[in-house]
Design a protein around this ligand. Structure first.
Ligand code: COA
Length: 416
């Protein structure tokens, strides 16, 4: 099967998570992704949080599958020369260095555009160009704070809270991938490359769009009726942390199930969807609530929504999270068990769909990773192991026309 991005060559000048997540996605879909790494050390995540001595860490293997690795010291003149050749023959360069690093290396946007006017240059930075913080280096949690996620996550009586989901890193990488594909389609029309830039702050804020909605509603009416602070608590002039409240028009909460006293994940998420009120009452064995004016409408329920959740927890007390969902699904009630990483890793449906994949690796043995969350009717992305450091150096250099002697010479000066 021909993969849609076959024939697109990408210089992957990325490290850690935000950039690698982007280029990994493009590699799954067929792009020839060449990861350029510093000789001797490579991407810092190869060594971070190792669980097997002398083998690449899972942090690296899970973000760099389906790529090639070329070691190249791009600060040495010989290394710069190789990079220039690669640039002339590539479609995209992706980087997520700290601000100004690429310019300092001698590869400003102007220079890259001069070397290959058809090439797309894609960058991740913490803040967008011209932002008053655009000189800052940024990691995941910094971005979650700067993009509005932390101030709106957690409980009202606790501090701003970080999400475990990589809203700053992988999310930004996904935005960048969309930008690159758009620029590639644009190039088909214009014949020209362009610069694509995504900031981590902007990408987090894009996912916090509903909180900006709430800020404007709060300023207009002074309260937010779907937050636990309504109607008994106080609102200030900023969107508060809402705990586990549903973010849209459907109230919901994380509710205890059988075994919660000893199992920290014996919970379900329960949503009270307005038009599902009747089936909810039936499922809970509370038919008298259906027409009771104190329960009938969403407005009537809101002032005592936590009493309603307490009653539901009473119903859940003798049911495991899985048993509860199996009953509630028959009533068409939106809900799910709170799943642990262990449960997800062993979930047969996720294995069957290719979302959890076991990948053989030359040094580690096999490891689990998350495969493509995007499913196609005509493409089944096959996940292959991340490359060893410099595994494809000779292959890539040979494809650029370097002879065995040239490669030997480059090794002698430690440029590769
Ligand atoms: N050969 C020679 N030098 C290389 C090289 C290579 N193959 N690859 C990288 N380098 C150099 C760079 O030129 C740079 O040198 P300089 O600072 O002397 O100009 C240096 O290595 C790396 O710089 P930097 O990217 O700033 O690394 P860092 O470890 O200090 O910072 C981050 C890491 C992630 C904080 C920073 O890269 C950053 O803010 N990136 C943008 C935002 C981002 O993507 N963050 C999320 C990461 S998940």
């Amino acid at each position: 099967m021909t993969k849609p991005l076959e024939g697109i060559r990408i210089i992957d000048f990325t490290h850690v998570q935000a950039g690698p997540a982007c280029t990994q996605l493009l590699a799954w879909f067929g792009a020839d992704v060449i990861k350029v790494e510093r000789p001797g050390s490579g991407d810092v995540t190869r060594n971070q949080l190792r669980d097997i001595p002398d083998a690449d860490a899972l942090y690296f293997t899970m973000l760099n599958s389906n790529k090639k690795s070329l070691t190249l010291d791009t600060k040495k003149p010989e290394g710069k020369e190789v990079l220039e050749k690669l640039i002339r023959e590539s479609d995209v360069l992706v980087e997520n260095f700290g601000p100004g690093a690429l310019d300092r290396m001698g590869f400003s946007w102007e220079r890259l555009n001069e070397l290959n006017p058809k090439m797309i240059v894609a960058s991740v930075k913490g803040f967008s160009d011209g932002h008053h913080y655009d000189d800052l280096k940024v990691y995941e949690n910094v971005a979650q704070c700067a993009g509005g996620a932390a101030s709106t996550t957690g409980f009202w009586d606790g501090p701003p809270t970080i999400s475990a989901a990589a809203l700053g890193d992988s999310n930004t990488g996904m935005h960048l991938a969309i930008g690159i594909l758009t620029a590639l389609l644009g190039r088909d029309k214009t014949g020209k490359g362009q610069k694509v830039a995504v900031s981590m702050q902007d990408s987090v804020l894009n996912l916090c769009r509903v909180k900006l909605r709430d800020q404007q509603r709060l300023e207009r009416v002074g309260y937010l009726e779907e937050y636990p602070q309504y109607p008994h608590g106080e609102f200030s002039d900023v969107v508060p942390r809402g705990g586990n409240a549903g973010g849209g028009g459907q109230p919901g909460w994380v509710l205890k199930c059988k075994g919660w006293e000893t199992d920290p994940n014996a919970y379900i998420y329960f949503t009270i969807q307005g038009h599902a009120w009747e089936p909810i009452c039936k499922a809970l064995g509370k038919p008298e609530w259906i027409d009771d004016p104190a329960y009938k409408t969403a407005e009537a329920r809101q002032p005592h929504i936590f009493d309603i959740f307490k009653t539901i927890e009473g119903w859940l007390a003798d049911k495991t999270k899985f048993e509860a969902v199996d009953i509630l699904r028959k009533f068409d009630i939106p809900c799910a068990p709170v799943l642990t990483m262990k449960e997800l890793a062993n979930d047969p449906s996720l294995r069957a769909s290719g979302t959890i994949v076991e990948v053989p690796h030359k040094k580690r043995g096999s490891y689990l990773t998350v495969g493509s969350p995007i499913k196609f009717s005509d493409l089944k992305p096959e996940i292959t192991a991340s490359p060893l450091l410099g595994e494809h150096t000779e292959e890539v250099l040979a494809s650029l026309g370097y002879s065995k002697q040239d490669i030997f010479n480059l090794r002698e000066v430690k440029a590769v």
